[in-house]
Ligand binder design. Structure first.
Ligand code: NAD
Length: 265
């Protein structure tokens, strides 16, 4: 893990980690020597094959635990299953998330409820279940993958922006509650990262804004990122590994932008 060998053989849960940022974070933590719990809501051979591949490539133990982050009991049961399997939960990365884009007056209620449940409430449930394990071992790292939308709003994303602002508030509160326990809790706030979630948004954005694909990427997505570049999954993984190192022991309760300068404006 280079700069941060302290996480060796720690156990890390990464929610929503079969794709995109979550998979990249799992990859980075496995490369840093952590045992990994991969998660999504499916239970396919491909999910378990992904775990086996990660384990083989990095020489760590990796298990896939199917759990729907929309369900409170499933969130908590996943944490207990991880603790039973590995003996502890040292690192928790709350990454699972979905998106829906629509004007607020037409925003489907089921989409609002699902976004709040998966993007915000799941973090409450996994954190509540993980903290007793972290307190018992006297060390812990919680990293919540929020968003630049945890710090700024965009039109047509009412549920997502509300949930991500909520994640930032949850992060600060938890950090204060566990500050005495060698447990840190931080939120990373990425700008646009080109993942399947973002690819899937492009058609909706094209419809809402009446633009073609290139115009959405240039004028809607990267318009607010002064570097004019997508954040990469690899960069987010590297940042998580740093926050899990002992060098980051005094960083807690922070909402950390990683957005090419978006929120500096
Ligand atoms: P993605 O769609 O590529 O991956 C999301 C992952 O979450 C997948 O593995 C999916 O299976 C899983 N997931 C979805 N619903 C789930 C559920 N109910 N239970 C368990 N797992 C579930 O998305 P991504 O772009 O990698 O986004 C990951 C996180 O990063 C999200 O919280 C997102 O809001 C945040 N984020 C993304 C960007 C970006 O530009 N891509 C920017 C800022 C923040």
């Amino acid at each position: 893990m280079g700069a941060a060998p302290q996480t060796s053989r720690k156990t890390a849960i990464v929610t929503g980690s079969t794709s995109g940022i979550g998979l990249g974070v799992a990859e980075a933590l496995a490369a840093a020597g952590c045992n990994i719990v991969l998660n999504s809501y499916t239970d396919d051979a491909a999910d378990h094959a992904l775990a086996a591949d990660l384990a083989t490539r990095h020489g760590v133990e990796v298990v896939y635990i199917s759990a729907d982050m929309a369900r409170p009991d499933a969130c908590r049961a996943m944490v207990e299953a991880a603790a039973a399997r590995f003996g502890n939960v040292d690192i928790l990365v709350n990454n699972a998330g979905i998106q829906h884009v629509a004007p607020v007056e037409a925003f489907p209620v089921d989409k609002w409820n699902a976004i709040l449940a998966i993007n915000l409430s799941s973090a409450f449930h996994t954190i509540a279940a993980a903290i007793p394990h972290m307190k018992r071992s006297g060390w812990g790292r919680i990293v919540n993958i929020a968003s630049a939308h945890g710090l700024r709003a965009s039109p047509f994303k009412s549920a997502y922006v509300a949930a991500k602002h909520g994640v930032v508030g949850l992060t600060k509160t938890v950090a204060l509650e566990v500050a005495d326990d060698r447990i840190t809790c931080n939120a990373i706030c990425p700008g646009y990262v080109l993942t399947p979630l973002i690819e899937a948004q492009i058609p909706d954005q094209m419809k809402v804004h009446g633009m073609d694909r290139d115009a959405v990427v240039r004028e809607v997505m990267l318009a607010r990122q002064p570097t004019r570049e997508f954040v990469t999954v690899d960069e987010v993984g590297g940042f998580v590994v740093f926050l899990c190192s002992d060098h980051a022991a005094q960083i807690t309760g922070a909402a950390l932008p990683m957005d090419g300068g978006w929120t500096a404006q």
